[in-house]
Design a protein around this ligand. Sequence first.
Ligand code: MSP
Length: 697
Amino acid sequence: MGGSMKTTFHTTPIYYVNDVPHPGHAYTTVAADTLARARRLRGWDVFFLTGTDEHGQNIERAAREKGMDTQAYCDMIAARFRQLWDKLGITYDRFIRTTDEVHKRGVLALWSKLKEAQTPQGPAIYRATYSGWYCPRCEEFKDEDELKEPGHLCAIHERPCEFTEEENYFFRLSAYSSWLEEQIRSEVLRIEPAGRRNEVLAVIKQGLKDVSFSRARVKWGIPVPEEPSHVFYVWMDALTNYITALGYADHAPEYVKFWENADERMHFVGKEIIRFHCIVWPCMLHAAGLPVPTRVFAHGWLTRDGRKLSKTTGNTIDPDALIAQYGVDAFRYFFLREGSFGQDWDFTDGAMVKRYNSDLANDLGNLVSRAITMAARFGDGKVPVKPASLDGSNQGLEARFQSPKMGPDHSGPALLESVFERYEALDYAGALSLVWSWIGQLNQRIVAEAPWEAVKDPERRTEIHQFLYRLLEAIRLIAVLLWPVMPQASRRIFVMLGLPDTDPMPDALHWGVLQTGHPFGPIQPLFPRIDVTAGGPPTPANHPGSSPRASGPRKEKTVSEPTKPAAPPTAPPAAAPAAPPVEKPQEAAGAQIDIGEFAKIELRAARVVSAEKIAGSRKLLKLQVDLGDEQRQIVSGISDAYEPEALVGKKIVLVANLKPAKLMGVESNGMVLAASVDGRAVLCTFDADVAPGTKVK
Ligand code: MSP
């Protein structure tokens, strides 16, 4: 889908190794990875580059502070970046380090081109003395009016700038002002969002100043051949990575394909480094006679309490801890969903838990487990019959996923197209909210259609099977659309649908891939809810798809306590029809118990994850319930009052410390509370959202 195949190249900034990675670095990298995946899914040829920036006085200082050899220190931190990217499922094609030989050779090759370049004002590279305020953390000279007073502070790092005077090699940036303005105005170089483009145009209007391209006092860098006591200015060195990584020094085929001839050359950057990428870098390339980037997107900052998340401001969060807490998919999802990519946004734990529980556990998780449980039950564990053709009466369940571009015989509005458009625009929140509005509609359709009722009518059986087929196909396509953001969760959905546990290929974007009669896989909870009732930090969830560290400690079950048979709940008849007859409740009517006796009964809120009938029993259902920190199997005699599918997602009350018992050979670890109305069970539920595991008193 989505037009002809393109050859595209995109990059993240290369990250300084002066400290370990933090979620701000992960933000850019996850966003770039999502675009790479979305494009590969469309069949495009993508080269995705990331890496580390290892030269300069900051790095030298950081190594010294750790008492380490500088190269060994760089090796150690670069490895930390790679580990985090591996954990987050980042599908980069190359990881470039500025201490790599191929990079050094590339920098020298570009330098010799720049040395040859001429401008109407003279050679592009010249020697001169420079003095000014230098921020060693930005590795940049600052204008006096940019400093925060008192103290000559850098506005970004809030640290003092140093007054520096030295003889350097300069790049004659001023000579390229009108050429650059034209590139930007004509959109040969697209700068996004529009506000950033205006910012760059305003800087050009003020007149560009030449930049120093070498540093005399810094030792840790690539020596300038003509003046070996100088090293290349760290930004000249760093920006060049975008071509050295592709083999610029050797005019390698990858360089030709993904730089010279690519349909798009794109850089993802944080907003603070836009001038380097939109002013210095294109002019360097142009001076050397090379093609310039076609698109630079400057995203906003991840902040905490309103301040940029960074080592210097001291408000970082450990990304590994976040992943252990929420899992890889939720981490990726939250970062792309919560903020608008071009804007700053503030990270809070509360917002992350909220999104996790409502978007992932409730909306997506329930849809998937409900639909597959139902389809498996009505269709004997197999994919139902595929409708012969698009059925207008079905209110567009499939039409929403069709696209005129997807195949000659399909028509209709196309969610797929719209979502890919949002991914291309780097409007990740927009792409996800489109998918979520569809998840919401599907959940509503299930309730409206009530297939568990309709299936009882033999005349409607075919119609219901077709509805279920469409529902499952919609879920499969939702999993495909979410794969760029949540690759592990998508694959888990594929497995439940009976598909292979592999990354989707472009042919997954067509309607009707599920094969009638194919068996489903085991149904697993996608996103177990996170318990926030304890008041402290959220209880670590056992995320099926996260790293091994993601498994939180499980609470000890209390059922093994050898106690006297527990007194029945205060309303004895309530439990009777719903509960397995673990122990026949004593006739308690009229008898009073004290609070201590009542306290022995552990009542907890639970969410039904799946439900199925027990073969050979008229009344018994086997439920899997989520108790926040564990999942349990319960057998309950409510089958005459509830269809299994109608129970999925319901919050119920569970007697959590009953001794385990077997009913019809099936183990039950607790009892569900219900009232008995004319012999039919009516479940006790809650009138507000309650997290699974919450104690009921
Ligand atoms: N080494 C330079 C970039 C050279 S590119 C040729 C550099 N490195 S950095 O380690 O400071 O990383 C900067 C990038 O990390 C930002 O541009 C941004 O992409 C990402 N982020 C770092 N902190 C961030 C936030 N708090 N929020 C969002 N992104 C952040 O600058």
